[in-house]
Design a protein around this ligand. Sequence first.
Ligand code: ADP
Length: 297
Amino acid sequence: MSNNKEPDHPIPDTIVDEGTKTTYVKGRYFGKGGFAKCYEIKKITNGKIYAGKIVSKQLLVKSNHREKMSQEISIHKTLNHKHVVGFHGFFEDKHFVYIVLELCRRRSMMELYKRRQILTEPETRYYMKQILDGVSYLHNNGIIHRDLKLGNLFLNENVEVKIGDFGLATKIEFEGQRKMTVCGTPNYIAPEIITKTGHSFEVDVWSIGCIMYTLLVGKPPFETESLRETYARIKRGDYKIPSTLDDKATKMIHSMLHSDPKRRPTVRALMNMDFMTKGYLPPQLPVSCLSMAPRFD
Ligand code: ADP
């Protein structure tokens, strides 16, 4: 948001990290999120291409944006896993903060969902496997993502999942710690976050349940006209799975959408559920799957 007194500074075409003396050339524009703009950026010394997440400092002076961004960086920079967006560094100049990330050329599962609406079971198993792998890594390192949703599951050139956007993430500092609040509004929000009764890793399992439901059913489980009514349905555990859905998938979704977080399985347990282990798991998916249902034969 700009106002009349302070014009937006243009993002420079050549971006220099003065600390490491690395120069990047700004390329194609990808899009913008809450407060970041994202560009393809090329490191001139080796020609490697990254995603540059660029945030104007004008936007960071206000409210809790600065704190949220430093939280995002402090968590994301410690992570290294094949299903987590790679973090390659951050730096700033007078007007902007820059985050250098692994490039995810095939956008996110949100765009996939918009084009396909419903995925096949083998595709769902393929994406779930990678999401569970990535989230298992996060949980093993004490990190709760807290905003797992289709738009934060990025896809690279080979249609591999990369979990990104750690803006609402938090670290569990000691065994059994319960967090009381989230600074922001998660999309697939768990009931215990709404009721502020204390939450932990189980909120990510809830979100994964909502993701799996959405991929197989073609709409989110608690969707209504208003956020108020959606929250009321979430608190009541009021959702239906179509009876036509596969039994193993139905069982797995129900387990993740338990109102009581203690009754939800861990990510490790989910990996061993029948839906995951007893059906065809494609080793990779062709790019054509982003717009057309594949035939597995
Ligand atoms: P914000 O944190 O401000 O919400 P986002 O993380 O949503 O920003 O990113 C803004 C835009 O940049 C989105 O349109 C997203 O598709 C794109 N984007 C973010 N990270 C990457 C990446 N690693 N590779 C490619 N595009 C990305």
